[in-house]
Design a protein around this ligand. Structure first.
Ligand SMILES: Nc1nc2c(ncn2[C@@H]2O[C@H](COP(=O)(O)OP(=O)(O)OP(=O)(O)O)[C@@H](O)[C@H]2O)c(=O)[nH]1
Ligand SMILES: Nc1nc2c(ncn2[C@@H]2O[C@H](COP(=O)(O)OP(=O)(O)OP(=O)(O)O)[C@@H](O)[C@H]2O)c(=O)[nH]1
Ligand SMILES: [Mg+2]
Ligand SMILES: [Mg+2]
Ligand SMILES: [Zn+2]
Ligand SMILES: [Zn+2]
Lengths: 212, 212
């Protein structure tokens, strides 16, 4: 059995765990520092108590991101991958042992910061959300198409910085995304000012309702 | 012969090409959008005509970055990797056929935007330069240590945005780099305002002088 076939088999098994407990699993992917953890910190308290959230964090090293999440009173498991540039299904499966899976509505899996390889590894999630920060440039969907093609939602982050980045063209990003990935929904928001966070929470709520 | 041993063999061969012509080869690595191409655009004209520059660009898709470099009258070859998250020595070797290697002093190899895998693949370069933009966060050396450990120089980019990013702590980054990678030199600069670009050019000049 090759590596990808084995990963897909375990991912299906993980999805069974999620479905047995009615958990909606979201795989968050982006470049390093696009704002994945900040976004989770900004919405976690807004979702509670209506929606019970937990987080699996993936990084090469440190517990930093899981510690940031736990500060908000939400269960978080840190996976440290050592040298691997992405999470895989086996890592996520092992992490489930440390989570109260029967008491979770939405599980966020924050992948390793990388705009390439995470797109190839199914983790058992129900949706892929890809973040692109306005500080990275508006050419990323064209240059790193694989991950944007896999997205069920694209979040344009750090919009509060737009006044200082006159070269970022949101319309160009939207055109590139249409070309690369078809009809993927796009939301522009800021974890710092909370601009448009409610739209992102509503997407999660409707996704959870359909999932159930 | 395993993949890495084959890559190392080809990298040695590539370095022979460079050394036969007195070319200093610099491998530029960073997250997507940290400012690698912008930095090259900002210094290329300052180095000419004293130092003859050429560039090999690495991306999954598009000729965008090579086209940006060619606008400045400098030879540039674009490698499109398809799905591979890093350049390897064989790709660089093939790209040499399209460059006037006898007429180059410094060859920049702009790697695929990725803070993990590019560190593992020797390309025949003489030095690794890792960029970290102030917009990505000051925790990256701790969380992605492998690439910073491989660095011969770390450039902190986009310092013109610091007034709008009060949470970025340069002293923290320096401490993390000391912990992770020892004595690596660090320069903070801006491709937009040209702040401290001369210091980076002087590092290149002294590196070229020692190399010869
Ligand atoms: N201005 C602004 N800065 C932000 C925003 N969101 C995150 N940041 C900053 O961006 C940097 C990185 O944020 P993180 O949340 O750690 O990003 P991440 O995607 O989780 O990073 P990795 O886990 O290392 O891949 C930090 O300095 C944050 O303060 C935002 O909405 N606006
Ligand atoms: N404010 C500011 N923005 C910068 C600076 N350097 C680059 N940028 C912006 O950062 C974004 C990305 O810059 P690029 O030069 O394309 O980055 P890159 O590292 O080459 O990106 P990839 O090749 O895709 O990995 C663009 O919007 C640039 O305008 C800088 O010094 N200051
Ligand atoms: Mg994070
Ligand atoms: Mg570039
Ligand atoms: Zn199981
Ligand atoms: Zn990789």
């Amino acid at each position: 059995e090759n590596l990808m076939a084995r990963n897909d088999r375990i991912a299906e098994h993980v999805r069974h765990h999620f479905d047995a407990h009615g958990v909606l699993a979201i795989n968050l992917m982006s470049s390093p520092g696009s704002g994945k953890t900040s976004l989770l910190e900004a919405i976690i308290q807004g979702l509670a108590p209506e929606i019970k959230v937990a987080v699996i964090e993936g990084d090469l090293e440190t517990e930093n991101d899981a510690a940031r999440i736990r500060r908000h009173g939400v269960p978080a498991v840190q996976i440290t991958t050592g040298v691997t540039c992405h999470l895989d299904a086996a890592m996520v499966h092992d992490a489930l042992d440390s989570l109260p899976i029967g008491d979770i509505d939405v599980l966020f899996i924050e992948n390793v910061g990388n705009l390439v390889c995470p797109a190839d590894f199914d983790l058992g999630q129900h949706a892929n959300v890809v973040l692109l920060s306005v500080t990275e440039g508006d050419d990323k969907p064209d240059k790193y198409p694989v991950i944007f093609r896999a997205a069920d939602m694209v979040l344009i982050t750090k919009t509060d910085l737009l006044p200082h980045i006159e070269e970022f063209d949101l319309a160009k990003v939207e055109q590139s995304l249409r070309r690369v990935g078809g009809d993927v929904p796009i939301l522009a928001l800021s974890a710092k000012t909370h601009a448009n966070l409610e739209a992102w929470c509503n997407w999660l709520r409707s996704r959870l309702a359909t999932h159930r």
